[in-house]
Ligand binder design. Structure first.
Ligand SMILES: NC(=O)c1ccc[n+]([C@@H]2O[C@H](COP(=O)([O-])OP(=O)(O)OC[C@H]3O[C@@H](n4cnc5c(N)ncnc54)[C@H](OP(=O)(O)O)[C@@H]3O)[C@@H](O)[C@H]2O)c1
Length: 276
């Protein structure tokens, strides 16, 4: 199976790295990007084929991963559609778009109504193979297409499917933007540690390692986060003193408002992308 990446930036690099490290041969992957230095790096690091011509890359592929910025996608998609329509030997191609907020209805408008389309929303930790990607299958996507999409995005983390495209906005608000919420908490914990006498270096090491350990423990344990929390919060103890401050300050309501705001913004951006 030949795969074309249209756009060879951060996310494409993460997925290509995942594919290569799980055994996909370099010659089965072609990357199209306008930046020559980007292409040289991808060729050197991953042994993949490269080109400056998106339409040519798409023509040679069975699976086309759209990994350009959302605002670049309409033009890129229309160019590809023209090239594929003009091709002498048409063949079935699966498109997987990782562009944030670009809906299947708009992709189908640009690429053709019968095109099998999967939308994927990865997140930043994909860069180190620890991401999570939510996927949504458009009309015409077969179980094989789903398995292909799952396998490809699964090389840089976990995957989860949603069956209502509107939920992709919620996914964006929870896991797409989510790593930044944790960065903010790490930043605040580090600053608080410094305020309470730690050196900046020690405060950062403690905050980062604690976030990593808590995340890994939550992922590895079969218990709900509320159970894990109760296990380390003895009545009258130090953790309880801190948790009381979080609860009194309305942390849960604040997280709920933050996710609602991100979801609303994601829906607005999706509507804007569709207007192009
Ligand atoms: N980064 C994240 O955490 C994240 C998470 C979820 C989803 N996404 C989505 O993933 C997509 C890629 O994000 P990214 O962070 O990887 O962006 P990026 O690093 O900017 O990569 C996009 C690449 O596409 C290239 N490009 C522009 N026009 C092109 C064309 N006509 N043909 C081929 N390539 C073209 C860009 O070149 P120039 O630099 O010259 O424009 C750039 O190298 C975005 O749609 C984003 O919404 C990203």
């Amino acid at each position: 199976m030949q795969t074309a990446f249209i756009g060879g930036g951060h996310m494409a690099s993460a997925i290509i790295g995942g594919l290569r490290s799980t055994g996909a041969p370099g010659e089965t992957i072609v990357v199209a990007d306008p930046v020559a230095s980007q292409l040289e790096r991808l060729s050197r690091d991953f042994g993949v084929r490269t080109t400056g011509d998106s339409a040519a890359a798409a023509l040679s592929a069975d699976v086309i991963m759209l990994a350009v910025k959302p605002q670049d996608l309409p033009l890129v998609a229309v160019d590809i559609e023209k090239a594929l329509r003009a091709a002498r030997a048409p063949r079935r191609r699966l498109f997987i778009s990782i562009a944030a907020g670009v809906r299947v209805v708009d992709l189908a408008r640009w690429l053709g109504a019968d095109t099998p389309l999967v939308r994927a929303m990865p997140n930043r930790p994909a860069l180190i193979g620890s991401g999570i990607t939510a996927l949504f299958a458009g009309p015409g996507v077969t179980p094989d297409d789903r398995a292909t999409s799952d396998r490809m995005l699964g090389t840089c983390g976990a995957t989860v499917w949603v069956d209502d495209e509107a939920l992709m906005d919620t996914v964006t608000a929870v896991s797409g933007s989510g790593p930044t919420y944790f960065f903010l908490l790490i930043e605040a914990l580090e600053a608080a540690g410094i305020e309470q006498g730690l050196t900046p270096e020690t405060a950062r090491r403690l905050a980062v390692a604690t976030a990593e350990g808590a995340g890994r423990l939550a992922a590895a344990s079969g218990d709900a986060p509320s159970v894990l929390r109760a296990q380390v919060t003895s009545k009258g103890g130090t953790t309880a003193a801190a948790v009381d401050v979080f609860e009194d300050g309305g942390l849960r309501a604040m997280v709920s408002r933050a996710v609602a705001a991100a979801r609303k913004r994601s829906a607005e951006l999706a509507a804007g992308a569709g207007a192009q």
